[in-house]
Ligand binder design. Sequence first.
Ligand code: FES
Ligand SMILES: [Fe+2]
Length: 441
Amino acid sequence: MENNQFNFFKSREINSILKPLREERIVKIEKYENKELSKDLKIGVFGWYAVCPSIELKKNKLHFFSLYDQPLLIFRDKENNVRCIKNICPHRGASFYGGSYENNELTCPYHGAKFTPDGNCQNIGRLTCTHIIDTNYEEYAKKIHLSQYKTLERDDYIFINYLSETYTDIETVREDDQINKHSLSNNGFDIKEYASEEVLVDFKCDWTRIVENHLDILHIFWVHGNTIPDKDVNRNFLVSFKQKININKDYIESIYYYKNDPSNEFIRIRFIPPGRILIYKGEPEKSRYLQVLDHIPLGNNKARVIVRHYRKFMKNRVINNLILFKEIQRRTFYKIFNEDYIILKTQTFNHKVGLIKNEEIKLLGEDRIIKYYWDWYKRSEEKDNPWIHSKKIEQNMDVYDKLIFKYPPEINKLDILNNLKIIRKTFITYASPLILFLLLI
Ligand code: FES
Ligand SMILES: [Fe+2]
């Protein structure tokens, strides 16, 4: 029976033969779900996104990215507050790419407008045309001001509060209740107890597909069966689970127990909207590992994932370095993302050109966390309309591609770099002392 589930994805014929059976099962599940959906998630697609690890944002460096195709930039001001600014100069709409942040001033590369971190233009005289022609630009120029979003740093991540409106007068950023839903300590994890490693990966596919992929445990047996170091995850054998769903206004959580041993837990997956997923095992306080996946909707078919892996085992730095643990972990992450990538990319294509509709591919929707997720996304997207900029840009408008994409899995660059790093470190750690020893004797 389990094997047939894979065949569903492969064969339309089998699909149509089993359709009546499937529909019957779906009806039953939907009735049950509708009852639970009443107490639903309160956060929509607007809200706090972890967009960058703190360590990536160096002083005096402009960091460019986008959310829902809106170009943005972040930097640290003199007080070490993170500023998130629309990457559009209010003078003539140029990007700050090629500009600078020095002496606490952001300078536009086009006509040299200088802005303080809170958004005031410091050299309006430079931008007026009164010295060329006799006109009154000064009044207009006084209105030019940067637009910003609120930011906060938590657990060494930089968060942006992405909303439909921006601010022109953020002096200091006030705390926001909603950010606490993302904080790892508020989710029960004491991160001081863990060691961690991290990778950033960019995908040329729809971000919602990546979130679905991370909520989907069925695929891991097939796609990652040879990569994930768990004896129960392999291609030849599909484990059956009992699923328990916890849902409240802040998150949806799915706990998988072994069907043949219901007291034994396989994994927990917690989705905290709009973009965070926590994967761990057992109660948070006791979990020996935690994976934090932050999904960033850069734009139409462009998404970034920040993956951080916290672990209580192997905390000793010396031993970690000796067995090159961090690099080996990274290599595993890249491998896993490469395995998913081609599938997510073609799935996005099929979806975007209308070859498939979510309503037609319901089998996976039987996993209730995925059904809840899509219900949440559809409702939130309709309510918030975050893709408003995306709809206006042409498909070939790829001016931001080079700025945005960091580590696209399709060019395997990071994988190669990581492998080179392992070779270099192995040489330094093991081969060079041996050579030195041989030379000495
Ligand atoms: S567009 Fe930025 S200074 Fe003119
Ligand atoms: Fe995957």
